[in-house]
Design a protein around this ligand. Structure first.
Ligand SMILES: Cc1cc2nc3c(=O)[nH]c(=O)nc-3n(C[C@H](O)[C@H](O)[C@H](O)COP(=O)(O)OP(=O)(O)OC[C@H]3O[C@@H](n4cnc5c(N)ncnc54)[C@H](O)[C@@H]3O)c2cc1C
Length: 427
C-alpha cells in the first residue's frame, strides 16, 4: 500500500497551492495529489477566456508535468477518492488502491448542478467547469445560430460573451427570478448589467423556468418553459450552480453541513484531516461567522494557509506554523469588450441578510452602481462586503476597508454622498 506524509484530494486551486506551501517548508516530505481530472492544474478563471479565443488552450494550464517532478509532488490523475477510513488513516481510490496518509487535505470543490428536465441530456447542452466543457462549447458552437442560457448568474454571464464571441447571432438568457442575477445583485445593479447585455445583443427573459428541452435526432431544438413559451436553440448553456460530492465521506465521521465543517485553521473534527477551497465551510474570524466562499482567491489563500498548518507538527518540531485563515476575498468579472463592456465585482460578504445597513451609490441612469453592506460589531461599524457594477475605482478602497476591519462610523453620512471619495475610507 502506498504511504505518504501528505495526501491531498483535489488538484485545483486549493490543493495545488497547499502542496506547494508544504513543499516549501518540508523539502523531504512525501506529498501526493489525487485528482479525478486527467490534467495538471489549470485555471477555471481562464476557461471563459479560452472559450472566447482570447487565450490558447495551453495557456489555461498553470502547471506543466515538470513542475510536479521538480517539486517531488506526485500527481495521481484520473482517479477518484471513493472512501475515507479516518481511524486507520486511509483513503480508498477508484482504481482499487488504498493510500495511507499522515495528514489529509480535502479540497474537492464542486461539480456543476445538472439541469434536471426532460431532454437535458441531448447533444448541445453545455456546462462550464472543465477543460472538456470548454472544448465542447467551442466545437459545437461553430454552426450554431441561436443559443439559450439557463441561469442568470456568474456562469450565465460568462456564457453570454462566450456564445457571442463564437459567432452565435441570437442569445437569450432565461432566469427564474423577477430580475437578472437576483441572488447576488440588487435590482438597480441588475438593470445596469442587463443593459450591457442588451447592447451586446443578449436578451434576458425573467420569470422563466425551463420545463423541458425539445430535441430532434438527439440534438437540442428548443427550450420550453413552464409558462409555455418556446425558445429555439441550437445550443444551450446551463449555469445553475455547483455542488460538492461528499458521498465518499459518508462513513468517515467527518462533520459536513453546507460544506466540510472547519475551524479558522481549516481543521476538521477528525484528527489530521483538513479542508480548503470551495468545499470548506470555515469559521471566518474576519466576519465572525461560518460560511462557504466560492472563488479562486479564497481557494488559493486557503491552500497556502492550510499548507503551513499541515506542515507544522508540535511533537516533531517540524517547520510551518498553525496559521489562522483570515483574509476577505474578492473577485471581478469583465464581460464583453469596450465600448459596451461591463464589470462586476464581489467583495467580502454579499448576502444582504448579513448586513445591518445597506447603502447604494450610483444608479442605473449613471450606468454604475455600488452596493455597500455594513454591519455593527460591538459598537464598531464595518463594511463587510459590496457589489460593484461598472465602477472599478470603488473596488480597491472597499476591499481594504473590509480586510482591515475599518471603523467607518464617522463616515456613514459621507458615504451616502455621491461625490464622497471612497479612498478616504482607508486614508
Ligand atoms: C467558468 C468559471 C469561471 C470562474 N471565474 C472566476 C473568477 O473570475 N474569479 C474567481 O475568483 N473565481 C472564479 N471561478 C471560481 C473558481 O474557479 C473556484 O472558486 C475555484 O476553482 C475553487 O477551487 P478549489 O480548489 O476549491 O476547487 P475546484 O476548482 O472545484 O477543484 C476541485 C477538484 O477536485 C476534483 N475532485 C472532486 N471530488 C474528487 C474526488 N472524490 N477525488 C478526486 N478528485 C476530486 C474535482 O474534479 C476538481 O478537479 C470560476 C469558476 C468557473 C467554473
Amino acid at each position: 500500500m502506498k504511504k505518504v506524509n501528505f495526501l491531498i484530494i483535489g488538484g485545483s486551486a486549493a490543493g495545488t497551492t497547499a502542496a506547494d506551501a508544504i513543499r516549501n517548508l518540508l523539502p523531504e516530505a512525501s506529498i501526493a495529489i489525487v485528482t479525478d481530472e486527467d490534467h495538471e492544474q489549470y485555471s477555471r478563471v481562464l476557461l471563459p477566456n479560452y472559450i472566447r479565443h482570447q487565450i490558447t488552450r495551453e495557456q489555461m494550464f498553470l502547471k506543466k508535468p515538470e513542475w510536479y517532478s521538480e517539486r517531488k509532488i506526485e500527481l495521481i490523475r484520473g482517479v477518484k477518492a471513493v472512501g475515507l477510513a479516518s481511524k486507520s488513516k486511509r483513503v480508498k481510490v477508484s482504481d482499487g488502491n488504498e493510500i495511507e496518509y499522515g495528514k489529509l487535505l480535502i479540497c474537492v470543490g464542486g461539480y456543476v448542478v445538472p439541469l434536471n428536465v426532460p431532454g437535458a441530456d441531448a447533444e448541445g447542452v453545455f456546462y462550464m467547469r472543465t477543460v472538456e466543457d470548454g472544448d465542447e462549447i467551442i466545437e459545437k458552437s461553430k454552426d450554431a445560430k441561436k443559443a439559450v442560457i439557463i441561469g442568470g448568474g456568474f456562469v450565465g454571464l460568462e456564457f453570454s460573451s462566450c456564445f457571442k464571441m463564437n459567432g452565435i447571432e441570437e442569445v437569450t438568457t432565461l432566469v427564474r427570478g423577477d430580475y437578472y442575477w437576483s441572488k447576488k445583485l440588487d435590482e438597480e445593479s441588475s438593470k445596469v448589467v442587463v443593459s450591457t447585455l442588451s447592447k451586446n445583443g443578449v436578451s434576458v427573459k425573467t420569470d422563466e423556468d425551463a420545463d423541458h428541452i425539445e430535441t430532434k435526432d438527439g440534438k437540442v431544438k428548443a427550450v420550453v418553459t413552464k409558462s409555455g413559451n418556446r425558445y429555439e436553440a441550437d445550443v444551450i448553456g446551463v449555469g445553475i450552480g455547483i455542488k460538492s460530492d461528499f458521498s465518499w465521506l459518508a462513513d468517515s465521521g467527518i462533520e459536513i453541513k453546507a460544506g466540510i465543517d472547519t475551524n479558522e485553521y481549516l481543521e476538521t473534527n477528525l484528527p489530521d484531516v483538513y479542508a480548503a477551497g470551495d468545499c470548506a465551510e470555515f469559521y471566518d474570524p474576519v466576519f465572525e461567522r461560518k460560511h462557504l466562499v466560492g472563488n479562486w482567491t479564497n481557494a488559493t489563500s486557503q491552500g497556502s494557509t492550510v499548507g503551513k498548518t499541515m506542515a507544522h507538527s508540535a511533537s516533531s518540531g517540524q517547520a510551518g506554523q498553525r496559521t489562522k485563515f483570515e483574509t476577505a476575498s474578492s473577485y471581478s468579472i469583465n464581460f464583453f469588450s469596450p465600448p459596451e463592456n461591463g464589470t462586476c465585482s464581489f467583495i467580502g460578504v454579499t448576502d444582504e441578510d448579513f448586513a445591518d445597513k445597506i447603502l447604494v451609490r450610483g444608479s442605473f441612469n449613471e450606468g454604475k452602481v455600488t452596493k455597500i453592506l455594513i454591519k455593527k460589531y460591538n459598537g464598531i461599524s464595518r463594511i463587510v462586503g459590496a457589489t460593484v457594477v461598472n465602477h472599478p475605482p470603488d473596488v480597491g478602497p472597499i476591499t481594504m476597508a473590509v480586510k482591515n476591519r475599518v471603523d467607518i462610523a464617522s463616515k456613514l453620512l459621507d458615504l451616502e454622498k455621491p461625490d464622497f471619495d471612497l479612498k478616504l475610507l482607508v486614508a
